[in-house]
Design a protein around this ligand. Structure first.
Ligand SMILES: [Mg+2]
Length: 226
């Protein structure tokens, strides 16, 4: 594996911890309840939950369907969902902090969760001190997504003062890798069941779970970070 980069920028959700199918279901329910109770979407719970699942399939985003079909403001669904997003069901990976500390490169997080939720999750999984002052939310750049334009990645690089060509971007959601690649980053996709994005030319490397990526890094650290 030949990466040779100075910086790793991690996605948070489902990358630095796993969103199990059970937790995904809890998150879908939180989105559905936010749509109905906070934003007045006129659906019953089961229908709204089915809409969230459809939204993930079609738009890679659970709330987007309420924006498209019910005229909900993207910022409103983003904030309402994150206020209801639970953190306690997350099971942290064992020894992840030690494994990250062993990587000889600068590390950052860029997340589609709100800052507030990022902070809660990082505290819950024991990575808050490691990433303090180094984690960014899309809301820091007045947007809600990482898969709509390269602009947000350019702003992030400016903020942390790095050249995209010196960065590895790691994300489980393949659509979040298109624009980092466009601006010159090396891209790594973390998948779980099977690599469903083999056809995407903007993905440089794919690993099953973060631990297999970290093992590859451990075996040849000088080729990962340098
Ligand atoms: Mg993710």
């Amino acid at each position: 594996m030949i990466l040779g980069k100075k910086n790793i920028i991690w996605d948070l959700d489902n990358t630095l911890y796993r969103i199990t199918p059970e937790f995904a279901d809890i998150l879908d329910e939180a989105t559905a309840i936010a749509a109905i109770e906070d934003l007045g979407v006129p659906l019953d719970f089961e229908t709204a939950k089915a809409k969230v699942k459809e939204s993930y399939r079609v738009y890679r985003d659970g709330g987007e369907i309420f924006v498209k079909e019910y005229g909900i403001d993207p910022k409103d669904i983003f904030l309402a969902y994150h206020k209801r997003k639970p953190v306690h069901p997350i099971v942290p990976y064992e020894n992840l902090l030690e494994k990250l500390e062993a990587l000889p490169c600068e590390q950052y997080i860029f997340s589609t969760s709100t800052r507030d939720v990022c902070e809660k999750i990082l505290k819950h999984i024991g990575l808050y001190d490691f990433f303090k002052g180094r984690f960014y939310s899309v809301e820091d750049f007045d947007t809600f997504k990482k898969n709509e334009s390269a602009d947000v990645y350019l702003q992030l690089c400016q903020r942390i003062n790095v050249d995209p060509k010196d960065c590895i971007f790691v994300d489980d959601s393949y659509s979040n890798l298109e624009f980092p690649k466009e601006i010159g980053m090396t891209t790594v996709r973390i998948f779980y069941n099977e690599n469903s994005a083999k056809d995407k030319t903007y993905i440089d490397f794919a690993y099953k779970g973060i631990n297999s990526f970290l093992e590859a890094c451990q075996q040849q650290p000088s080729e990962v970070c340098g």
